[in-house]
Design a protein around this ligand. Structure first.
Ligand SMILES: NC(=O)c1ccc[n+]([C@@H]2O[C@H](COP(=O)([O-])OP(=O)(O)OC[C@H]3O[C@@H](n4cnc5c(N)ncnc54)[C@H](O)[C@@H]3O)[C@@H](O)[C@H]2O)c1
Ligand SMILES: C[N+](C)(C)CCCC=O
Length: 519
């Protein structure tokens, strides 16, 4: 059955999706263009250099959209001009006025959470259970920054003779957001919410693999009442991203993606002296001490490795376990890993869906083969899964994998795999494991499981990472800053501090007396 629908009519889309029993029946083709600026969807100027979009669960052409058509220079320029015009209006509004619009956007997202989550699942392959959480985190983020919008203020500083100075917290202008494919809607929200709260406009480019849901966010912002052009979406890959980073009217680039691309974004931004936030990759350590509460540590290790098929930047993929408890830990972690229901991501009972693409699945499986060659022992998983549902036969599924006998010099321990592969390593002492944990160019996150409160805080202090989770992992409430040390990037998303990254201070100095001139 094939339906041709307008995506913008989300209610009809959802009713079609609601009639689908599983992930693969039916085809929903979006006929509307996926670019958005000037307050409306915009058709590509020419259908050049298109890239196919796949549906991870079926391996077929995506039922939502077949091709991503990249924007060229003229389109990028149009989007940025439209964002700039909107910025000039939006920046004049009081923080409380901006807050009201943002709260309405958050409300609409909350109301449509199931519909948006389904689109995310179809385009990204993650389980519906996780996608719903992602959408909830997205509206919470917009709500949180709406709350901060009315609090933005400067300082008053008294000077001699009744003179004074004051500071104004002002927006930067047009900010660019560039996103990765693992959290498409959430990344667009994490970037746009603080940007808009501070009075900026944003032009967002999603990953070419997940072009669908950013445009839904753009429509929701419009419906909530932002000026036309305030949040624009341009589709494209590296070339479009380059055009955005090099555009002279762009004040800031906030990038989420890999380290090599992040370096390029930083170079391009440096040429234009643009501010930049980099949210890059990781190879985070999770330290499990023998005095931990073992069941929690095991559950934590799974949370640290298997969310979104392991395609999570801050995953704790180097699991260091104190030697004395290694046998018990391995037994329990393998038992739980084997029990993870992998399959149709639209089913409520599924806990792990499909990886993003065939080449990515092959790359992850390649890491497992390499690990075996280098001496690791596969305790479970690490092979492709072909579900019994005939519609899912071409999907990019794999069994979550636990690797034992790992050493620090192995490829699987050094490189970001970005798939469901946990490397387990023994350690003896706290000092030793901290040294080994820090022996990496990455520094996004880290974790420690122990009942010893002093040890927990000492380890947190000594680990070189932007986040340390104590007795849990991958908990990211929007009130809490998130970002990296070392090559995992700089700048932060979420939390109050992010206001600093989307605003600048103007100092106004007021003379109340006569000018005391030296000349
Ligand atoms: N730290 C974080 O918050 C975070 C979150 C999610 C993903 N990531 C990281 O992202 C990576 C996976 O995502 P990916 O494969 O989409 O990363 P990627 O670097 O390949 O692409 C990220 C984005 O950059 C764009 N891009 C590519 N070349 C560009 C260029 N020359 N100029 C401008 N933009 C360009 C892509 O089109 C995409 O939108 C992993 O390394 C992961 O750890 C980090
Ligand atoms: C919400 N998580 C699970 C902390 C993921 C943040 C984004 C990283 O890829």
């Amino acid at each position: 059955q094939k339906h041709l629908i307008r995506l913008s009519v989300l209610s009809s889309l959802s009713s079609i999706l609601d009639t689908m029993p599983g992930a693969t029946t039916g085809t929903v083709l979006i006929s509307d263009p996926l670019n958005f600026w000037g307050g409306k969807r915009v058709k590509p100027m020419q259908e050049k250099n298109t890239e196919p979009v796949f549906e991870p669960a079926t391996g077929k052409c995506c039922r939502l959209v077949r091709y991503m058509v990249p924007c060229g220079a003229e389109e990028v320029d149009e989007a940025i001009k439209s964002a700039h015009a909107a910025y000039l209006q939006w920046r004049k509004m009081a923080g409380m006025e901006r807050a009201r619009v943002m709260l309405e956007a958050a409300r609409i997202i909350r109301e449509r959470r199931e519909k948006i989550a389904k689109l995310e699942v179809i385009n990204n392959g993650k389980s519906i259970t996780e996608a719903l959480v992602d959408i909830d985190v997205a509206w919470q983020c917009i709500e949180y920054y709406a709350g901060l919008a009315g609090t933005l203020a400067g300082q008053h500083i008294q000077l001699p003779g009744g003179s004074f100075a004051y500071t104004r917290r002002e927006p930067l202008g047009v900010c660019v957001g560039i996103g990765a494919w693992n959290y498409p809607f959430q990344i667009a929200s994490w970037k746009s919410a603080p940007a808009l709260a501070c009075g900026n406009a944003m032009v967002f480019k999603p990953s070419p693999m997940t072009p669908v849901t950013a445009v839904i966010l753009a429509e929701i912002y419009k419906e909530a009442g932002v000026p036309d052009g305030l949040f624009c979406v341009v589709q494209g890959g590296a070339d479009t991203g380059t055009l955005l980073c090099q555009h002279p009217k762009v004040a800031k680039v906030s990038f989420t993606g890999s380290v090599p691309t992040g370096k390029k974004v930083m170079e391009m931004s440096a040429k234009g002296v643009k501010q930049v936030t980099l949210e890059l990759g990781g190879k985070s350590p999770l330290l499990i001490f023998k005095d931990c509460e073992l069941e929690n540590a095991v559950k934590g290790a799974l949370m640290a490795n298997f969310l979104t098929q392991g395609e999570v930047c801050c995953n704790g993929t180097r699991v260091y376990v104190q030697r004395e408890i290694m046998p018990q830990f391995l037994e329990k972690v393998v038992k739980r890993t084997k029990a993870i229901p992998v399959g149709d991501p639209l089913l409520d009972g599924t806990r792990m869906g499909a990886l993003i693409s065939k080449p990515h699945l092959e790359k992850v499986l390649g890491f497992v083969s390499q690990a075996k060659k280098e001496g690791a022992k596969v305790l479970c998983g690490g092979e492709p899964i072909v579900p019994s549902d005939p519609n899912l036969k071409g999907g990019y599924f794999m069994a979550p994998c636990v690797l034992d006998n790992c050493r620090d010099d192995m490829t699987c321990v050094k490189e970001e795999i970005f798939g469901p592969v946990m490397s387990v390593l023994p350690f003896d002492t706290e000092e030793e494991v901290i040294g080994r944990a820090n022996n990496t160019t990455f520094g996004l996150a880290s974790g420690v499981f122990t009942r010893d409160i002093s040890r927990a805080h000492r380890v947190a202090e000594n680990l070189e990472a932007g986040t340390c989770f104590i007795n849990n992992y991958n908990i990211s409430p929007v009130e809490v800053p998130f970002g990296g040390y070392k090559m995992s990037g700089f700048g932060r998303e979420n939390g109050q501090v992010t206001i600093e990254y989307y605003s600048q201070l103007k100092t106004v100095v007021v003379e109340m007396g006569d000018v005391d001139s030296l000349f």
